[in-house]
Design a protein around this ligand. Structure first.
Ligand SMILES: Nc1ncnc2c1ncn2[C@@H]1O[C@H](COP(=O)(O)OP(=O)(O)OP(=O)(O)O)[C@@H](O)[C@H]1O
Ligand SMILES: [Mg+2]
Length: 207
């Protein structure tokens, strides 16, 4: 089973992924956690290029780099784990590219989808959680955990960018209601976690 977490920066994706993994492992299920971009040597190197503030990157180059990292991850890590029947927990996946490069950077949505499909080979999550938090709330959360060096290149995009990204996620969710679960992220983390566990438990029961 393939599960992904989506949302703008600081929305609580990693927090919820970790809480879910603990529950699944307590139930004796085998999980594999990966983050995007990342989780292979090549993909982590591409990640450092993408998040570095050393240079500006065109929107098209950004689209291709995210998908190059993804192609390596899908073929080398995700597909083998799914074949071993593990539960793959992915911190961002191709919906991030649709939301950020398609809606946020305003690249052609058809081209973004084509590019994503080349990278994913059509391998999509069974369940995707969109942790929905307004930009201001997410910014406030991020200011509490001061990471080294301040905001990365993507996080430096302004509020209008993130408003487009969030609206984009909601459009993707409306188009795929069976896969996409919109989770109100402006609540206590345990309350959000309970919603997520309920959805995953139901999905596991249909396997
Ligand atoms: N429901 C919540 N209420 C309040 N704070 C939260 C909640 N969930 C997570 N946080 C806090 O908000 C911050 C961001 O959370 P987290 O790192 O999980 O977000 P993220 O979506 O993974 O961010 P990024 O995109 O930067 O990786 C953390 O300090 C976390 O402890
Ligand atoms: Mg995170």
């Amino acid at each position: 089973m393939f599960i992904s977490f989506e949302g703008i920066d600081g929305s609580g994706k990693s927090t919820q992924l970790t809480l879910l993994r603990e529950v699944l492992e307590d139930r004796g299920l085998r999980t594999l956690t990966v983050r995007e971009p990342g989780a292979t040597v090549l993909s982590e190197e591409i990640r450092s290029i993408l998040l570095s503030n050393k240079q500006s990157i065109t929107s098209t180059a950004e689209l291709l780099l995210f998908n190059a990292a993804r192609a390596q991850l899908v073929e080398r890590v995700i597909v083998p784990a799914l074949e071993r029947r593990e539960i793959v927990l992915c911190d961002r996946y191709s919906d991030s590219t649709t939301a950020y490069q398609g809606y946020g950077r305003q690249l052609d949505l058809g081209e973004v989808r084509t590019c994503n499909n080349i990278a994913t080979r059509g391998i999509m999550p069974r369940v995707t959680f969109f942790i929905d938090v307004p930009y201001e709330a997410a910014q406030q959360r991020m200011s509490f955990h001061t990471t080294s060096g301040g905001p990365d290149r993507m996080e430096r995009s302004g509020p209008e960018f993130f408003d487009r990204v969030r609206a984009g996620y909601l459009e993707i969710a409306a188009a795929e209601p069976h896969r996409f679960h919109v989770i109100d992220g402006v609540r206590d983390r345990d309350v959000i976690h309970a919603d997520i566990v309920a959805v995953v438990t139901a999905a596991l029961s249909t396997l």
